[in-house]
Design a protein around this ligand. Sequence first.
Ligand SMILES: C[S@@+](CC[C@H](N)C(=O)[O-])C[C@H]1O[C@@H](n2cnc3c(N)ncnc32)[C@H](O)[C@@H]1O
Length: 187
Amino acid sequence: MDQFLADLYADGVQHDAAQPDRLLRRRNLEPDTAALLAMLVRIAGARRVVEIGTSNGYSTIWLAAAAREVGGRVVSVDTQEWPGVLANLSRAGVEVDLVRADGGAHLASLASGSVDLLFLDAERTEYPSWWPHPIRVLRPGGVLAIDNVLSHPDEVAPFLVLLAEDDRCRSTTVAVGKGLSITWRAE
Ligand SMILES: C[S@@+](CC[C@H](N)C(=O)[O-])C[C@H]1O[C@@H](n2cnc3c(N)ncnc32)[C@H](O)[C@@H]1O
């Protein structure tokens, strides 16, 4: 698994360097961020994990392997099915529920408190329009993680303000990779 993930990440870096269109890049999570996210899944005992932004499945594999260790499963949502995603998940030996939908619409369709850990890794400027669903769907004690908060602070700021103004949210930013915001949802 470790070697497969390292190879997949290296392939993604090479692919993205040759791809001028940002939206066609895989933009995989940095390995250190993925490792932290996977550890959060284990520590939180997160059995119902939702990811918004699958790409070719790199972060999905990290999440799914960790969720499996605590008896859980990942639903990963993307507006498109990326080439190789099914093969990557299969080669990694993880089972994931892939949903092709808009992340905001998917979150709006979920029951309140039905998610243990939510990872947002899609188009950052869309997140405020998804409010309040990213917090509504979390169970009390659940975790929300958002990538790119240090690499793209201006894009993420409006959403972080919503979190900061919500009494239920306790947030911190970890300077790993491109910056991971972690929010714990209180009662
Ligand atoms: C940064 S990439 C995700 C990288 C992936 N998490 C990884 O580490 O391998 C962003 C992804 O979000 C998807 N996306 C963009 N807007 C979306 C939306 N509104 N709903 C769901 N997915 C979206 C894109 O298709 C793309 O695959």
